[in-house]
Each structure stands twice: as C-alpha cells, then as structure tokens.
Design a protein around this ligand. Structure first.
Ligand SMILES: C[S@@+](CC[C@H](N)C(=O)[O-])C[C@H]1O[C@@H](n2cnc3c(N)ncnc32)[C@H](O)[C@@H]1O
Length: 186
C-alpha cells in the first residue's frame, strides 16, 4: 500500500537523477522498478534485514537489472560510495523495533529522526533531494518538517495519501501516508 502510494511520486522525482539511494529498501521492489525504468541511473538499496536483502538480490538476478545493487546496512552505519542525487526512505525512517509499542515514532523518537536526517543531508549531492514516506498524524508530519529545517534541509513539497488508521484513546489520531521532499538549504 505504501509502495503504491509513493512509487508515482518517487518515480517522477527520480527522473534524470544519476545516483539514487533507497534507504531501508526491504525486498528491493521499488529500487528494481526505478533501475529498470532509468537504466542510466545507479540505484543502491540497503536494509538492516539480511533476509530482505537476500530477497532483493534474488529478484535482481532473476530480472537482470545490472544498475541496481543491494547491501545489508542500517541508517546509522551506511557509508555511501558517493554523494547521492536522491535519497528516499519509504516507511523505514524509524524501525518498529526501535520504539516498540508507539503509534507515533516521530514524536517519541525525535533524537533518532534528527540523527538520520543529518546523515542523509551529508550524503546528498549539491542538487540532491531527500524524500521521506511516513505514515503519521498531522502533528508528527509538522514536527518532521521542523526537525528537517533544524538539519539544514529546505522543505520542497508534500503529498498526502489516504487515512490509514485511527484510534480513540486520549483523542482521535488520524494517520495518513505523507511523502515529503526536501533539498539542501542553499
Ligand atoms: C515497512 S518496511 C518498508 C520497505 C520498503 N522501503 C517499502 O516501501 O516497501 C520497513 C523496512 O525498513 C527496514 N529498517 C528498519 N529499521 C532500519 C534501519 N535502522 N536501517 C535500515 N533499514 C531499516 C526494515 O528492515 C524494513 O525492511
């Protein structure tokens, strides 16, 4: 579902970009899609899960996609071979294992988010863009924007998808898919 919402926008944003990083790529389906669509681009996907990367490598082999590669790594340890023209993290910025039991990892995992946005910012090329797909309430999306500004990233654009869930405890939380784009603050 997240992939279906995001892929159109990621596809358009990736057009003409040479080095693309799929951060937390899971089984690599989005990275392979982009690699086939843009054969002149190099797509690198990494994921903390060795099983996910094994699947990604299997799909890559069966589909013969020479311009995609995958590695097991985490947001906190990945060292890019080069500056990236586009980085996207689709549903992976904070793993479920990192702040268990929360519906709002952005609100509760601020330090983690800041650290990762700063690392992504360091990896971006001069004209590079960062896209984060996130499923959260509006509060959290506003907070994400502020955190990114604090990391010297300039807000570019946001697309909001469907309401995906809600809960009624201490008030209703509406979660939407949001895909937010930033560029370097120049
Ligand atoms: C919801 S899945 C999304 C997968 C894919 N990006 C997509 O949109 O279909 C989240 C992925 O993030 C990965 N992940 C979680 N924490 C991570 C971290 N700290 N570094 C790298 N990957 C991480 C998980 O292993 C999982 O594959």
């Amino acid at each position: 579902m997240a992939s279906i919402f995001s892929i159109r926008f990621i596809r358009d944003a990736a057009r003409g970009r040479k080095r693309i990083l799929d951060a937390g790529c899971g089984n690599g389906v989005q990275a392979l899609y982009l690699a086939r669509l843009y054969p002149e681009a190099l797509i690198h996907g990494y994921d903390i899960s060795p099983e996910a990367i094994e699947r990604a490598n299997r799909y890559k082999q069966s589909r013969e996609v020479p311009n995609a590669c995958f590695s097991v790594s985490s947001h906190d340890s990945f060292e890019p071979p080069d500056k990236m023209d586009m980085i996207y993290a689709s549903g992976s910025l904070v793993g479920e294992h990192e702040i268990p039991g929360t519906e709002e990892p952005l609100l509760e995992g601020e330090e983690i988010v800041k650290r990762r946005l700063s690392r992504f910012r360091e990896m971006l090329s001069h004209e590079g863009i960062l896209a984060i797909l996130w499923c959260a309430a509006d509060d959290a999306n506003n907070r994400l924007r502020k955190l990114a500004e604090g990391c010297d990233l300039a807000y570019r654009d946001a697309r909001t998808g469907d309401v995906v869930s809600y809960k009624e405890d201490s008030g209703k939380i509406i979660c939407r898919y949001a895909l937010v784009f930033w560029a370097l603050n120049k």
